[in-house]
Design a protein around this ligand. Structure first.
Ligand code: GDP
Ligand code: IMO
Ligand code: MG
Length: 422
């Protein structure tokens, strides 16, 4: 069998967690392939709301195996808190959450380094989640990182060496910090990790595929935050794109099947960096209020704007998206007019191609469509869609040249309309 990949096409928070949960019953295994606790994936069902950070969103449907792949960076303290909360709420995971020995560990000093580097950047700061993501991936690439598998060896020595290196850097930056408490929690997290199956997930996944089992890979962040293709340097430190599933799980490119690209019916971004369609007016405030656009984990206000088809086409190209999934269309229910950016004007020149940089003056050129102005949140089938909404969908499909398979009309698992199955 092939591996399907589900990932965000914008700047994250598209609604990946919700859709992974909805699709999980169709798969044998769900796996995360990159990112770490910078993610906040929200799911709602049966009146309960859960926010997942490092644990895949396939954990709630039956007793499916979930895998944290080698491309993920894991903070044992945050992982322990997340897993214990899930267990306490009646979702046991110890047997069925497998963790790659090759996943890198986020150390307490990585978090401090994240804060120190951000402080040093001043106004040019990335606006990171402060979870130590960048410094951990930096250590991985510079071959100084420590991995989950290291806890099975002489871990104290390995940890002390890595910590000393970080202390030297922080000293040279004159950065004050105290990790006494978080280090205790972190060490407790290391002990807790030992209770989970620590695996060679590349072998596991390939054996599953050979046995005709199906795997869904869950992306974190979004394509516009990808380290190579996002709005660099205002990006995260991993490959959030489809290729990241290959390197982050050990899946060969020819094993990739469907690629589900998720987008909001509009657009948001949290943290610093360019955002061509950002709205600074009442419409932006309305999107923020109606969409409850505040970070799932950090509570930070998300910047809001219209959907950007120039950026989306680029994301679709990079990921080889086969199916689109449109989230939060209900947020536009009361809008009289809806806009979609179809081109940029840069230095007086119009382009539909996503440029090298979107910093500076990028004027979005909009198409305007009539809104549907009715409540879609209780709809259960495509037959109920108002004409204007069907027109919006047709317009997007024509522009993006990929079919919209699923439309989400509310945060609950049940508020999901599948337009076609294959
Ligand atoms: P993720 O990081 O991609 O999983 O997305 P987040 O969980 O960070 O943000 C998506 C937010 O939108 C969450 O609060 C979801 O509960 C909510 N959500 C998801 N789908 C819909 C939808 O169709 N309509 C509305 N109104 N909210 C949604
Ligand atoms: P999910 O998976 C939205 C953003 C941060 C910052 C930049 C770098 O929930 O969609 P980092 O801590 O990764 O070094 O921060 O990336 N960012 C996200 N924005 N959703 C996320 O995850 C994000 N993870 C990181 O705000 O701008
Ligand atoms: Mg999120």
């Amino acid at each position: 069998m092939k591996v399907d990949v589900l990932l965000g096409l914008q700047w994250g928070d598209e609604g990946k967690g919700k859709v992974v949960d909805v699709l999980t019953p169709r798969y044998d295994v769900v796996a995360r392939f990159q990112g770490g606790p910078n993610a906040g994936h929200t799911l709602e069902f049966e009146g309960q709301k859960y926010v997942l950070r490092s644990i895949p969103s396939g954990i709630f449907q039956g007793d499916k195996v979930n895998i944290i792949g080698n491309g993920v960076v894991l903070d044992p303290a945050l992982f322990k808190a997340e897993a214990e909360a899930l267990e306490a709420s009646g979702h046991p995971l110890k047997e069925r959450l497998h963790i790659s020995k090759k996943a890198h560990l986020i150390m307490p000093t990585h978090r401090v380094l994240d804060a120190a580097y951000e402080a040093a950047k001043g106004d040019a700061k990335v606006g990171t989640t402060g979870k130590g993501i960048g410094p951990t991936y930096t250590d991985k690439i510079s071959r100084n990182g420590i991995r989950v598998g290291d806890i099975l060896g002489d871990f104290d020595t390995i940890y002390a060496k890595a910590k000393a290196r970080h202390e030297d850097i922080l000293k040279s930056m004159n950065f004050e910090y105290d990790i006494t408490e978080i280090e205790k929690e972190w060490m407790a997290g290391i002990e807790y990790l030992r209770q989970f199956p620590l695996v060679d997930s590349e072998h596991e996944i390939n054996a599953l595929l050979k046995a005709d089992k199906s795997v869904l890979c869950e992306g974190a962040q979004g394509t516009m935050l990808d380290i190579d293709f996002g709005s660099y340097p205002f990006v995260t430190s991993s490959n959030t794109v489809c290729a990241g599933a290959c390197s982050g799980l050990g899946v060969a490119p020819n094993k990739i099947g469907n690629v589900y690209g998720i987008m909001k019916a509009y657009c948001t971004r949290v943290g610093s960096g360019p955002f061509p369609t950002e709205l600074f007016d009442e419409t932006g405030d309305k999107l923020c209020t109606l969409g409850h656009e505040f970070g799932s984990v950090t509570g930070r206000k998300r910047r809001c704007g219209w959907i950007d088809l120039v950026a989306l086409k680029y994301s679709i190209m990079i990921n080889g998206v086969t199916h689109l999934i449109m989230m939060k269309s209900d947020v536009l229910d009361t809008f009289e007019t809806i806009k979609a950016c179809v081109a940029y004007r840069i230095n007086g020149v119009e382009t539909e191609n996503f440029p090298y940089s979107i910093e500076g003056e990028v004027e979005p050129i909009y198409a305007e469509l009539p809104g549907w102005q009715c409540d879609m949140t209780k709809m259960t089938s495509e037959d109920e869609f108002p004409e204007e909404f069907n027109n919006y969908i047709s317009f997007l499909e024509e522009e993006l040249e990929v079919p919209i398979k699923i439309v989400s009309v509310g945060p609950d698992r049940d508020q999901t309309i599948e337009r076609y199955t294959e």
